[in-house]
Write a protein that binds this ligand. Structure first.
Ligand SMILES: NC(=O)c1ccc[n+]([C@@H]2O[C@H](COP(=O)([O-])OP(=O)(O)OC[C@H]3O[C@@H](n4cnc5c(N)ncnc54)[C@H](OP(=O)(O)O)[C@@H]3O)[C@@H](O)[C@H]2O)c1
Length: 301
């Protein structure tokens, strides 16, 4: 499979450069800067340049991992959030509809309000609560309108970052290793999936010709506090620096849904297998860490 990754410098995009070649995909990446580790990476100066490169075609699959993913940044720069998370994905999806490349768009569990008593299905009406969710929902709509064959994956994931300081896994491992006092939210639940398991599901869904919106998340959900405890157990770390606390007490964080458990019934029907759980991904994360850090050019302790 010949694929182009948009956003090869990002948390998810950078990991795709590690894992897809192992699945014998021939990949290239686009980033504004950096991502020297990424195979066949190219720096692009503008959205127009991305569009021109997509117009040139030559790819079976285009994966859009470009986003303004931080809730807090979306709150500060709402117009840019709409451009990056909604307008541009629609334009890129339209180009791929013309060239015939499969457009895979990464979306988020934050399109839901987190008030439901049960896990959200793809048939449930989104109702974003936070500032990131609204433009991401507009992005889903723009992509589906522009390209009926596009695959839109609503997800929530964890993994290792190139800097060692992005995401919930780095946060817990660093805090426990360094003995930094932290709060683990007991009232904030997500169906977070290890990135490797997310990529497996994405590749299988593409192989099966899936399109439309799919929930590509873990089969279960966990609070951040329970996830922290599981990280400590997996990595043999002391979690006593973590105190249980409430999301509502975290004054610096933007508003977000509290229970963003998503149902995986639809994707499991397509893939013909259960999705992995949040906790089962931790063993894979531990096993992959050293090879991933070699890829990033970092050393592990
Ligand atoms: N992280 C999570 O847990 C999570 C949860 C749910 C959903 N998601 C979704 O997963 C996807 C990937 O998220 P992520 O955490 O990997 O995001 P990320 O680390 O913030 O990466 C975003 C990527 O987009 C690029 N980008 C941002 N603004 C751009 C612009 N104006 N022009 C060109 N490139 C731009 C960034 O490039 P630079 O490096 O140059 O800034 C980076 O490569 C997003 O769609 C997000 O909504 C993530």
């Amino acid at each position: 499979m010949k694929a182009l990754v948009l956003g090869s410098s990002g948390f998810l995009g950078s990991y795709l450069g590690f894992v897809l070649p192992a699945l014998r995909w021939q990949i290239a990446g686009l980033s504004r800067d950096g991502a020297e580790y990424f195979p066949r990476n190219r720096h692009v100066g503008s959205a127009q340049e991305i569009e021109r490169l997509l117009e040139a075609g030559g790819y079976d699959v285009v994966i859009n991992a470009i986003a303004m993913a931080s809730h807090e940044r979306c709150e500060k720069e709402p117009a840019e959030a709409v451009l990056i998370n909604a307008t541009l994905p629609g334009r890129w999806a339209a180009v791929c509809a013309r060239t015939g490349a499969k457009f895979v768009h990464i979306s988020t569990d934050a399109v839901f309000d987190g008030e439901s008593e049960r896990a959200y299905t793809e048939a449930d009406s989104p109702n974003p609560k936070g500032v990131e969710g609204s433009p991401k929902l507009e992005g889903e709509e723009a992509v589906s309108q522009a390209n009926a064959n596009a695959l839109i994956l609503r997800t929530n994931f964890y993994g290792w970052s190139a800097t060692g300081g992005i995401g919930i896994l780095d946060f817990f491992v660093n805090s426990f290793s360094q003995g930094v006092a932290i709060t683990g939210f007991t009232d904030y639940r997500v169906s977070s999936l290890y990135m490797g398991d997310l990529v497996d599901a994405m590749v299988s869904a593409i192989d099966r010709g899936a399109s439309g919106v799919l929930h590509a998340v873990a089969s279960d959900s966990a609070s951040k506090y329970d996830f922290g405890l599981a990280v400590a157990t997996e990595f043999g770390l002391d979690s006593s620096v973590m105190r249980p606390g409430a999301l509502s007490d975290a004054a610096t964080l933007s508003v977000r849904g509290r229970d963003l458990a998503l149902s995986t019934a639809k994707i499991e029907g397509i893939l013909g297998r259960p999705m992995p759980s949040t906790f089962s991904g931790l063993a894979r994360a531990r096993a992959e860490r050293s090879a991933l850090m070699d890829y990033f050019g970092q050393s592990t302790v």
